[in-house]
Write a protein that binds this ligand. Structure first.
Ligand code: RB5
Length: 153
């Protein structure tokens, strides 16, 4: 199950993504927004992040004007790894290396044709399961020890 969320800047692109998901029989839950009326992207980032945290959805797609605000918000949630992508290489790499569970895009940045290819790449690339990537993902969740990070301090 894919969780979808957007603000007004991402609404039109989300409709294109919905078309792609429906054509490919991919189940989704749409957490809003529902029009191009001005709204606040954190609302939708939070809904989608929580749907993934609680296991309702396996992955998410978030779209705002740039993809930046909505990904910053989603990444505040424990266990959420939201990757802002504007190209297929990054979408593939973030699945392989970061096991990203949310794809963020900018509705004012990428056109619908490219966005659908990015979504297709993101949804169809498995995590590599390589030890070094598992180790690094664990480090994301750990409290940072700045003594180790900056030994000269
Ligand atoms: C809304 O105008 C815009 O600020 C928002 O969609 C997003 O780009 C924020 O990061």
């Amino acid at each position: 199950m894919i969780a979808l969320g957007c603000d007004h800047g991402g609404y039109e692109l989300k409709q294109e993504i919905i078309k792609y998901l429906e054509e490919n029989n991919i189940e989704y839950k749409d957490f809003g927004c529902d029009s191009t009326d001005s709204t606040d992207y954190p609302i939708y980032a939070k809904r989608v992040a929580i749907a993934i945290q609680n296991g309702d959805c396996e992955k998410g797609i978030l779209i705002c004007g740039t993809g930046i605000g909505i990904s910053i918000t989603a990444n505040k949630f424990k266990g959420i790894r939201a990757a802002l992508c504007s190209d297929c290489f990054s979408a593939e790499a973030t699945r392989l290396h970061n096991n990203a569970n949310i794809l963020a895009m900018g509705g004012r940045v990428v056109g619908p044709g490219l966005a659908v290819k990015i979504v297709d790449t993101f949804l169809n690339t498995p995590f590599s399961e390589e030890e070094r990537h598992i180790r690094r993902i664990k480090q994301i969740e750990e409290d940072t020890d700045i003594t180790d990070a900056y030994p000269e301090i």
